[in-house]
Design a protein around this ligand. Structure first.
Ligand SMILES: Cc1cc2nc3c(=O)[nH]c(=O)nc-3n(C[C@H](O)[C@H](O)[C@H](O)COP(=O)(O)OP(=O)(O)OC[C@H]3O[C@@H](n4cnc5c(N)ncnc54)[C@H](O)[C@@H]3O)c2cc1C
Length: 428
């Protein structure tokens, strides 16, 4: 990345936690070692501490520097799939468990914020899936019927309603999921770290896990600081930032970059016209864009970015074009923030839970829904570790399957993205 590129997100820590670093002791021994202090690692750690387990979390960088501090802050319930698909794919019993989990993930975030008294700017006014074609509208109607049959607070929006709610041009209608909301993700992850620390979790920042070893007594984690931490369980919560710690794991996902931009603070007339109810929005294009307003009144919009790290501001230009296509009234409004982070995609678009050896757990792949999913899944991991009851996990444990020809897969994805962009442009 170019040195003079000013990469800075729109998010803020409401309270600066100061250093979260608790030094590792010589010969430290705990019940559970967690690698990665994003939402997954911290939610698992907090819940384990509540189950009276001693927990050490190590984070290669600082809390909030992974996807959890960089994301769009859209708290959307569910998996990528609708209830009928989940039933068909997993069968009746496991399908119902997956659906119940999907229902619960946004609640997990908002309930946690309330329960722990976290200072996180938030609005829970729903998520709009905006349709720009008849086929996208028909898909939204099917989704609506399935979730309404299960009592979810969701409904269809017609073209007038969606225009009034978003202020954006070009949608035929859409779907409103009232279970969803928005948060400031950087506040959330730092406040979650503080809550975990209050509960007794020890967090070591700037401490990379370099090797994992198992013997009869359990696991040893060797760190970049020269320490060895011993524990009965290890949770690898590195997701899209996974490296070679668990053989094959990094090659079982396709890590993509999601880029975001934020305008300057919008003037009053635009505050009223653009997302007055502060819903989150994702559109229905193949290469979708997602957007929302920040707590300080900027319009924040994100979407796929180049596979390599950005080199210049022009790498965010496609997002500026998308923003101005939706909102011509933003002409003359400056883009003040540009940033990006890594998202882990799996070939089947489901999160993959793995337990490659007894006592070693991991999950990868949340396809851009990880704020709710990882918060909820962390709690499930904690209960599984505490009880040993596999039925607690909402999705089956699977074997790690490296993607064949992984290095070429990235090239394939880049080509697919370019092709989808072209199709999207033709549908305008
Ligand atoms: C730009 C962007 C926008 C997104 N928007 C949304 C959204 O609006 N809504 C939504 O639900 N989801 C969204 N997502 C996805 C969501 O952010 C992630 O799914 C979620 O944050 C993953 O959390 P995590 O804790 O699993 O991983 P992360 O938050 O990425 O944490 C992994 C951590 O592991 C650390 N690590 C890696 N290797 C090691 C090691 N060897 N030793 C120690 N530490 C290590 C990393 O430094 C990192 O901090 C978005 C993602 C991005 C990048």
């Amino acid at each position: 990345m170019s040195q003079d590129l000013n990469v800075r997100s729109a998010w803020q820590k409401v309270v600066d936690p100061g250093s979260l670093h608790a030094p590792i002791g010589n010969g430290e021994q705990v019940d559970v070692t967690i690698i990665g202090a994003g939402v997954m690692g911290l939610s698992t750690g907090l819940e384990l501490a509540r189950q009276s387990k001693s927990v050490r979390i190590i984070e290669a960088s600082d809390v909030g520097t992974g996807a959890s501090g960089l994301n769009g802050g859209q708290v959307i319930p569910g998996l990528k799939y609708d209830p009928d698909w989940l039933l068909q794919h997993f069968g009746q019993e496991r399908g119902e468990i997956a659906i119940a989990f999907a229902q619960s993930t946004a609640d997990a975030v908002f309930d946690l914020i309330e329960r722990e008294g976290l200072e996180v700017p938030r609005v829970r006014n729903g998520w709009i899936q905006a349709a720009h074609t008849e086929s996208a509208l028909a898909a939204a109607q099917r989704r609506d019927a399935q979730w309404r049959a299960r009592g979810a607070d969701v409904r269809m929006l017609d073209a007038h309603e969606i225009e009034a709610m978003t202020g954006a041009r070009g949608y035929l209608g859409g779907w409103l999921d009232k279970r969803a909301g928005i948060i400031d993700p950087l506040s959330f992850v730092t406040q979650l770290a503080l809550a975990a620390r209050r509960a007794g979790v020890q967090i070591a920042e700037r401490t990379k896990a370099q090797a994992l070893r198992r013997d009869q007594a359990g696991w040893s984690v060797e760190t970049s600081t020269g320490h060895t931490i011993r524990s009965r369980f290890v949770v690898v919560a590195t997701n899209a930032y996974s490296d070679g710690l668990i053989p094959g794991l990094a090659r079982s996902i396709v890590p993509l970059h999601s880029f975001q931009i934020a305008t300057e603070r919008l003037p009053g007339r635009l505050q009223d016209a653009i997302l007055p109810g502060r819903q989150a929005v994702s559109d229905s294009r193949r290469i979708l864009v997602y957007y929302r307003k920040s707590p300080d009144g900027r319009l924040v919009l994100g979407g796929r970015g180049r596979m390599a790290e950005p080199k210049s501001e022009s790498d965010w230009k496609h997002l500026e074009r998308a923003m101005r296509r939706l909102y011509p009234s933003l002409d003359g409004i400056a883009i003040e923030r540009r940033w990006f982070g890594r998202v882990a995609m799996t070939p089947d678009h489901l999160p993959h839970i793995h337990e490659p050896q007894p006592g070693l757990m991991t999950v990868v792949g949340c396809q851009g829904r990880g704020v709710g999913m990882m918060t909820a899944l962390g709690q499930k991991f904690a209960h599984y570790i505490a009880s040993g009851d596999r039925a607690i996990l909402p999705l089956p444990i699977s074997a790690i399957k490296p993607i064949p020809l992984h290095e070429f897969r990235q090239i394939g994805v880049a080509a697919t993205i370019a092709w989808y962009r072209l199709l999207d442009a033709l549908e305008k």
